[in-house]
Design a protein around this ligand. Structure first.
Ligand SMILES: C/C1=C2N=C(/C=C3N=C(/C(C)=C4\N[C@@](C)([C@@H]5N=C1[C@](C)(CCC(=O)O)[C@H]5CC(=O)O)[C@@](C)(CC(=O)O)[C@@H]4CCC(=O)O)[C@@](C)(CC(=O)O)[C@@H]\3CCC(=O)O)C(C)(C)[C@@H]/2CCC(=O)O
Length: 219
C-alpha cells in the first residue's frame, strides 16, 4: 500500500497550476517578437520542454509551417521520427486523426543498410521512409546524419513531406545539418515548411514538444 510521505519542502504539486505558472514565466522571460503569430505557441512549448527561455534567439520557423503541418495531420498524414524517444514523446490524444507515429530505427534491415551506405543507423532508417514520405510530417530530434540524409534524398527527387521539424542536437553536424535545412529552398529550390533551432541545441524532447504543439495547441 502507498502512503503520502510527510511534507518537508515547499513546492507546487498541482499539475494544472504548474503548467499555468510555467507558461506565464516563459511569456515574461522570452522574446517572442520575431516568431510568426500563428507559431507562437510552438515556440512556447519548445521552450517549455527544454527550460531554455532564450531559445527564440536561435529558433527559425518557416511562415507556412503551422498551416502545412496541421493540414497534413488533419488529412491523416503519418509522423516520421528519427528516434524512438521522439516518437514516445508524442501525446497521442492530441493527434487529430489518430495519426501513425513511425520510427524505423529498429527495422531488421537497418544495420545492413547502414553498412552498405557507410553511414549511421539513424540515416539508414530514413531511407526506409520513402514510401511514406509524401505529405508526411517529419521530426528529427536526435541525429544530424538523419537530417543530412533526408535532405540528400529530397535533392535526389524523393517525395516531399508536408513539413519538417528539424532539431538534431549535438556537436558534430548538428548546426551544419540545420543550416542546410534552412538553406534548402535557396540552394536547391525545395521549399518545404520547417522549424529549426540553429546551433548545437535541439533534442528529442524538443522535437516532441514541437510536434505536440503542431498537433493541437493548448496551454
Ligand atoms: C552520434 C550520436 C549522438 N547521440 C546523441 C544523443 C543521444 N543519443 C541517445 C540515444 C539513446 C541514441 N542515439 C542514437 C541515435 C545514436 N547516437 C548517435 C549515433 C551514433 C549517430 C547519429 C548521428 O550522428 O547522426 C546514433 C547511432 C546510429 O547509428 O544512428 C541511438 C540509435 C544509439 C542506440 O541506442 O543504438 C539511440 C536512439 C534511441 C532512440 O531511438 O530513441 C541518448 C539518449 C544518449 C544518452 O544521453 O544516453 C541521447 C539523446 C539526445 C536526444 O535528445 O535525442 C547526440 C549528442 C545527438 C550524438 C550526435 C552529435 C554529437 O555531437 O555527438
Amino acid at each position: 500500500m502507498s502512503t503520502r510521505p510527510s511534507r518537508h519542502y515547499d513546492y507546487i504539486d498541482d499539475g494544472p497550476a504548474i503548467y499555468v505558472d510555467s507558461f506565464a514565466t516563459i511569456r515574461s522571460e522570452s522574446d517572442l517578437s520575431r516568431i510568426p503569430a500563428d507559431a507562437e505557441k510552438i515556440a512556447v512549448r519548445m521552450i517549455h520542454g527544454t527550460g531554455q527561455t532564450d531559445l527564440t534567439r536561435d529558433l527559425e520557423i518557416h511562415p507556412r509551417l503551422v498551416g502545412a503541418a496541421r493540414g497534413a495531420l488533419e488529412n491523416g498524414a503519418p509522423i516520421l521520427t528519427d528516434a524512438h524517444m521522439v516518437a514516445s514523446g508524442v501525446t497521442r490524444a492530441r493527434l487529430p486523426r489518430d495519426n501513425e507515429v513511425v520510427c524505423l530505427l529498429r527495422d531488421a534491415s537497418v544495420p545492413g543498410l547502414a553498412r552498405e551506405f557507410g553511414t549511421t543507423r539513424s540515416a539508414a532508417a530514413v531511407s526506409l521512409w520513402e514510401p511514406r514520405l509524401e505529405g508526411a510530417v517529419v521530426a528529427i530530434g536526435n541525429a544530424p546524419t538523419a537530417l543530412f540524409h533526408l535532405l540528400e534524398m529530397l535533392i535526389d527527387g524523393a517525395p516531399r513531406p508536408a513539413a519538417i521539424v528539424g532539431v538534431p542536437v549535438g556537436f558534430i553536424g548538428a548546426a551544419e545539418s540545420k543550416q542546410a535545412l534552412s538553406d534548402l529552398a535557396a540552394d536547391h529550390g525545395i521549399d518545404i515548411p520547417y522549424v529549426t533551432v540553429h546551433g548545437r541545441r535541439g533534442g528529442s524532447a524538443m522535437a516532441a514538444s514541437a510536434l505536440n504543439a503542431l498537433a493541437q495547441e493548448r496551454e
